[in-house]
Ligand binder design. Structure first.
Ligand code: HEM
Ligand code: HEM
Ligand SMILES: [Fe+2]
Length: 479
């Protein structure tokens, strides 16, 4: 992938910029995993890096890097597909490139401050310069403002290109959805000293991102990818896309109530949250069925024409996208549904069960498809018609998926133990928490999580090596 930008098989400037975003995304993904490993070791050896690099810091960098690499990969994917969809060169590409550099310098400074300064006094200066203290989106305010400016540039690129070119269904959903996605970020930027109110708005960003706008975004990526990777018919993928949008927003927006059970919001949120969030898995099933349906259909048509072999133009990209279709349903749909009713959530709230769901959902719904898009970008960068999975591609997808699934199962067991001992048996107090943390079931589960984290990390190394080499390899095969 590093070489890919120089190979100039890319047919337009948008794709070049997309690849630049992908490169930073993959570096941040690596940083995320290293931080996760440190935090996982700290569960087992609490003194590890104590007062040098505390759990709170490792965890913060872990999940902020997660969100930022995903946003980078999402922006990269958008630039990658923009010209294909609209038939136009990206409008204002030069300023788009400038935006990339500004953002990347800002992100680098923020990460360095997180790692070396770590915490502040909790004053206005801290909020402006070090850390805002809002889980997942902790960037200090100066960076917040910078992010808004760069996102406006990005949005201008997308919107102006869309207005100038062909307005496909995919791009129409993309343009409308990106406006909502970017706009929601503002809800997490202002300050109030009322913690209930702060949480109320903070969830507008977090929940309405991952369970509404990001899901719709994934729908547009999948639609585009299915056209490109297996030659699916645009009419069909776009029709599915509109249905997905309807169902995702129909359930996901009010589904936000499942975060309003215990933060001091009015009690009517219990019913609203329970009902609408319980419906959220439905579109995720639909998205899963759609991918398999289109794949089976195209393969069947090819077979009917007497063609042998697969219709898939990019093996690793398609493998990751199918993993996405299932992982989204499993991690977000099933693991989400488990604890979404208040009757269950009263026991599971904030246990390792939540962490299990968080890992499986973020991985299944987003990491997978974004990695798939990167593989597609590499194929374009090397200008090859077909890109088959290599041994390294297979090791990467197998070890990463197996590792994250293993972590999810281990954390589910840890959460189960917390529910039984800490919540049901001992009544959820301070002592109950520590008793549960020290019992063998919990410690064993955390040990397995750390082991599976290492498996994930080894898979990541395979992924990076594969991304650096697969394009050239595919070129040689084709030659
Ligand atoms: C891709 C989509 C999703 C992602 C990435 C995701 C991710 C997460 C994460 C990271 C948390 C923990 C938040 C925190 O730190 O407090 C969380 C909480 C939660 N999620 Fe999801 N989620 C998704 C979809 C869903 C769905 C579809 C449901 C329900 C059907 C659901 C139900 C819940 C519930 C009930 C909580 C609160 C857990 C608690 O009380 O501790 N999620 N989610
Ligand atoms: C090397 C692999 C990884 C390890 C060892 C690891 C470890 C950890 C640890 C120790 C935490 C803190 C949990 C807590 O506060 O109790 C955490 C949180 C989290 N990690 Fe990971 N992680 C890894 C990979 C990933 C991946 C691949 C994703 C998603 C794509 C992810 C998403 C998250 C999320 C969303 C949270 C917050 C969960 C919550 O608050 O409920 N992690 N991780
Ligand atoms: Fe949610």
């Amino acid at each position: 992938m590093l070489n890919s930008i120089k190979t100039h098989s890319l047919t337009n400037k948008g794709q070049e910029l997309g690849m630049m975003y992908f490169r930073v995304a993959i570096i941040l993904f690596g940083a995320q995993l290293v931080m996760g490993l440190i935090a996982a070791i700290q569960f087992l050896v609490p003194g590890f890096l104590f007062e040098i690099f505390d759990f709170s810091v490792a965890r913060m960098v872990h999940i902020n890097a997660l969100v930022v690499w995903m946003l980078y990969a999402m922006i990269g994917s958008t630039y990658l597909m923009l010209t294909d969809e609209t038939g136009e060169e990206v409008v204002g590409i030069a300023i788009g490139k400038l935006g990339f550099w500004v953002l990347t310098v800002a992100v680098t400074i923020v990460v360095l401050v997180y790692i070396f300064v770590q915490i502040g006094a909790g004053t206005e200066t801290t909020i402006w310069l070090i850390n805002e203290g809002r889980e997942y989106i902790e960037a200090p305010r100066w960076a917040d403002i910078g992010i808004v400016v760069v996102v406006l540039i990005f949005y201008w690129n997308v919107f102006a290109t869309y207005m100038k070119g062909e307005r496909t269904g995919i791009m129409t959903v993309m343009v409308a959805n990106l406006l909502a996605l970017a706009g929601l970020y503002l809800a997490g930027m202002f300050f109030t000293d009322n913690i209930s109110m702060d949480q109320f708005w903070w969830w507008w960003v977090i929940h309405l991102w991952v369970e509404a706008t990001w899901e719709v975004f994934v729908g547009t990526l999948a639609a585009y990818a299915l056209i490109k990777l297996i030659g699916a018919k645009r009419e069909i993928v776009e029709m599915w896309l509109w249905i997905e949008v309807l169902m995702l927003f129909g359930s996901g927006i009010l589904g936000m109530g499942h975060h309003y059970f215990w933060i001091g919001t009015p009690e009517y949120w219990w019913e609203i949250g329970a009902l609408f969030s319980a419906l959220e898995p439905v579109p995720l099933i639909a998205m899963f069925v759609h991918v398999l349906y289109d794949w089976g259909k195209e393969q069947g048509i090819a077979k009917g024409k007497g063609e042998t072999g697969t219709v898939i133009a990019n093996g690793p990209a398609m493998a990751w996208i199918v993993t996405n279709a299932f992982g989204n349903f499993l991690g977000a749909g099933i693991w989400g549904f488990f604890h979404t009713l208040p009757q269950v959530n009263i026991y599971t709230h904030g246990t390792q069960f939540t962490a299990a769901h968080g890992h499986l959902a973020f991985f299944g719904a987003y990491a997978t498809i974004l990695i798939g898009m990167m593989y597609y970008g590499i194929q374009r960068a090397y200008g090859v018609k077909r890109m088959k999975a290599t041994f390294k591609s297979k090791m990467a997808i197998f070890m990463i998926t197996f590792g994250v699934l293993g972590m999810g199962i281990a954390l589910t067991i840890a959460g189960y133990e917390q529910v039984l001992i800490e919540r049901a048996e001992l009544g959820a107090g301070w002592n109950a928490f520590f008793t549960a943390q020290n019992l063998p079931w919990y410690i064993q589960a955390q040990t397995w999580r750390a082991i599976m984290g290492v498996v994930t990390f080894v898979g990541f190394i395979y992924l990076v090596i594969d991304m650096l080499t697969i394009g050239k390899h595919a070129q040689e095969v084709e030659a």
